[in-house]
Each structure stands twice: as structure tokens, then as C-alpha cells.
Design a protein around this ligand. Structure first.
Ligand SMILES: *Cc1c(COP(=O)(O)O)cnc(C)c1O
Length: 379
């Protein structure tokens, strides 16, 4: 049996929608782009949405639109995908990490205020693994210190906090559509906001700095980029967002099957889901208990892959990535909670059409691997 780590959920609806675009001359800046944006904004519940060519470029534009740059600091989490900190570096600002809450895996609101300095401009919080950030205390801190809030919801399409969708909590939020995300456009991302100034600024910058309305094609009013999403990709996204409830529902079912199969296994720690929030399943990540070292974890992953089960070590904390160590002098011990989680997590194969028999096969093999270490040791 060979089970991949993730698979996009593509049906005839997606293929038909993409083919329709290919039969028109509008492969870029056409009607599908606008339609995808509109549908997406209405799903999240924001006034505006702007489709871009990746989640990373979306984050970059938001940082620029908020005027964050050289000399500024942005407080963020070390337990994330690299892009959520890199977007701060692109503009010469400094990502300032604070440690996580090991239960929710998200930035710990209690640690933020200590990290605020005169240079702090914003908090960039990540709804990691489709789990909402604990927004109420963070928004309170941001208000008190007059900080901007950026929401990286790249892993959290459809997740909720106190009945409100992720992507609606900061000045702006960004989603991503790489093929391993809940919905995909191949490559792509989406900026959402209620703020007209932010969306206009992003809409100009994503299109080479052209004026948003009535501009001439070869007139550029500011520094811009080509961060546009093609209509081919937008058509794919449109078909996907129309199916979002079905897609998320299937993923939730698979997560439930995993929960059942893995319940009570010795050697695993279960992540809590904040009772105030609704998870959108992005990955299925397990955490080994303290008795397993990072080396044990790597060996388990290796053995699982040998059995045809693709697994990954989501996430090695950002501050321990080689170029962050070099640039800022970070070392092991700086953010012990993120490090402890990061050295014991394993992402198991996860997508909406994973079968019960496959999950059983994965669980059986995982149990075997865990036992090798547990044998003889009381828990
Ligand atoms: C996927 C992801 C991104 C960036 O998305 P790309 O589309 O790959 O550029 C940013 N932040 C987080 C947390 C992500 O998981």
C-alpha cells in the first residue's frame, strides 16, 4: 500500500470549469478572477478579496500595505511555515518570536506583551493546522498598544472562533491554495479585508503598481509586482470554493476516523481543541509523548515511509531554520515550547478521500512503531 501525505480533491466540476476558460481568450485578468474573489469574500464574510499567485505573495502585500518596513518589529509565532515570518523580512522589518501555547500550538497571548517595544508595529498570528488563534486577548493587546493585526489563515479555510470565520479578525488576512491546502488553485492565495485602503493598495501592487481604476496599462503609480492569479487558476479555485462545505466535511470525517483509531494509544498526546473554536482540518498531526526523543521521531517517520505511509515532521520551528539562526543568532532553547512540540510531531497522511482501511493500516503500523519504545516502560 502507498499512501501519500496529501492529495487535492479535484472532480469533473473543476476540470470543466478550467476547460471552459481555455476555450476563451481570457486567460488572465478575466471574469473568473473577479468571480472567484467575490465568491470567496462572501464565504469568509469580508467586504473585499484579492486573488494572488501564492499565500506568500499575499502576506508580502499585506505587510507593505500596512506600511511595515525597516526598523519595525512584528510579533509572530516560531511554530509555523517559514513564509509567515519571511514576509516580514521582505520589507526589512524584524520578526520577533514569542513562544506558543503547547495545547493549541498557536501563539500564546500571555507572552506577547513582554515582547512589545517602541518598534513593534503589528502582531502576525497564524491559525496553525486549521486551529484558530485565541483572538480575544490578542485583539485586546493590539488595541491597547495600537498595533496592527495580520491573520495568516493559510491553513485555516473554514475554521471558526466564537462563531466567526478565521480571516475576519485582523486588519487583513491571507489564505493559500497550494495543493496540500483545504482547497487548491495549483498555486495561489487570497487576501481578505474590510478595509478599502488596504485592498486598493494591494490591488495596485499585485498588478505592477498600476492604478486600480481608470489607469493606463503602461502607467505605474507605485512600486508593484506581478503577483496576479491567472484565470485558469481562478476557475479551478471557483469550482473548489463552490464545493468547500463538501470538501471540509469529508476532511472532518477522516479526522474523526483517525481520532477513533488512535484513541487511547500509549505514547501519544492528544491536542486540545479550544472549545471556543471550530477546527478546519488541514493536516492530521499527532504528538509523541515526552519519552520519545527527536531521534525516535525521525526513526518512526522513516519506518512508516518504508511501509508506504508518507509522513512529515511539521513543523521545525522557524527560529531553528539555518538562515534564521545565522541572521539572528537563534539557538535551541530560545522558544522551548515550540521546540518541544516541533521535535515530537508527526503529520500523517491526510485528505478527504482517505479510506477507513487505509487509516486502519496507518494506525496499526503507528502502534507497532510506538511499541518498540514503550515496551517495558510504564506510562
Ligand atoms: C501554506 C502557507 C503559507 C504560504 O502559502 P504559499 O501559497 O505556499 O505561498 C503561509 N503561511 C502558512 C502558515 C502556510 O501554511
Amino acid at each position: 500500500m502507498k499512501i501519500p501525505l496529501s492529495r487535492p480533491d479535484i472532480t469533473k466540476k473543476e476540470r470543466d470549469e478550467v476547460l471552459r476558460v481555455l476555450k476563451t481568450p481570457h486567460l488572465a485578468l478575466g471574469p473568473k478572477l473577479a468571480e472567484f474573489e467575490e465568491k470567496f469574500a462572501s464565504y469568509i464574510g469580508t467586504k473585499y478579496a484579492l486573488a494572488v499567485n501564492s499565500g506568500t505573495s499575499g502576506l508580502h502585500l499585506v505587510i507593505r500595505a500596512l506600511g511595515i518596513g525597516r526598523g519595525d518589529e512584528v510579533i509572530t509565532t516560531p511554530f509555523s511555515f517559514i513564509a509567515s515570518a519571511n514576509c516580514i523580512l521582505y520589507e526589512g522589518a524584524k520578526p520577533v518570536f514569542t513562544d506558543i501555547d503547547p495545547q493549541t500550538l498557536n501563539i500564546d497571548p500571555n507572552k506577547i506583551e513582554k515582547a512589545i517595544t517602541k518598534k513593534t508595529k503589528a502582531i502576525l498570528a497564524v491559525d496553525i493546522f486549521g486551529r484558530s488563534v485565541n483572538w480575544t486577548p490578542i485583539l485586546k493587546i493590539a488595541k491597547k498598544h495600537n498595533l496592527k493585526v495580520i491573520e495568516d489563515s493559510c491553513e485555516a479555510l473554514g475554521a471558526e472562533y466564537k462563531g466567526k470565520k478565521c480571516g475576519t479578525f485582523g486588519q487583513a488576512a491571507v489564505f493559500a491554495f497550494y495543493p496540500n491546502k483545504q482547497i487548491t488553485t495549483g498555486e495561489g492565495g487570497m487576501i481578505v479585508t474590510d478595509n478599502k485602503k488596504i485592498i486598493d493598495s494591494c490591488r495596485s501592487m499585485f498588478n505592477q503598481g498600476r492604478q486600480v481604476k481608470n489607469g493606463k496599462w503602461l502607467e505605474h503609480v507605485q512600486l508593484g509586482y506581478n503577483y496576479r492569479m491567472s484565470d485558469v487558476n481562478a476557475a479551478l479555485g471557483l469550482a473548489q470554493i463552490r464545493r468547500v462545505k463538501e470538501i471540509l466535511g469529508k476532511r472532518a470525517k477522516v479526522a474523526k476516523m483517525y481520532n477513533q483509531e488512535l484513541a487511547g494509544i500509549k505514547g501519544l498526546e492528544i491536542f486540545q481543541v479550544d472549545p471556543q473554536s471550530k477546527i478546519s482540518w488541514f493536516v492530521y498531526v499527532i504528538k509523541l509523548s515526552q519519552r520519545y526523543s527527536q531521534k525516535d521521531r525521525e526513526l518512526i517517520i522513516k519506518n512508516m515511509i518504508r511501509k508506504g505511509i508518507q509522513c512529515a515532521n511539521y513543523f521545525k520551528p522557524i527560529h531553528l531554520q539555518p538562515f534564521y539562526r545565522k541572521m539572528f543568532g537563534y539557538k535551541r532553547g530560545n522558544f522551548p515550547l515550540a521546540e518541544s512540540v516541533g521535535s515530537r510531531t508527526i503529520a500523517l497522511p491526510f485528505y478527504g478521500f482517505l479510506k477507513k482501511s487505509q487509516i486502519k493500516y496507518i494506525a496499526t503500523n503507528l502502534k507497532k512503531e510506538l511499541k518498540k519504545k514503550v515496551q517495558g516502560i510504564p506510562s
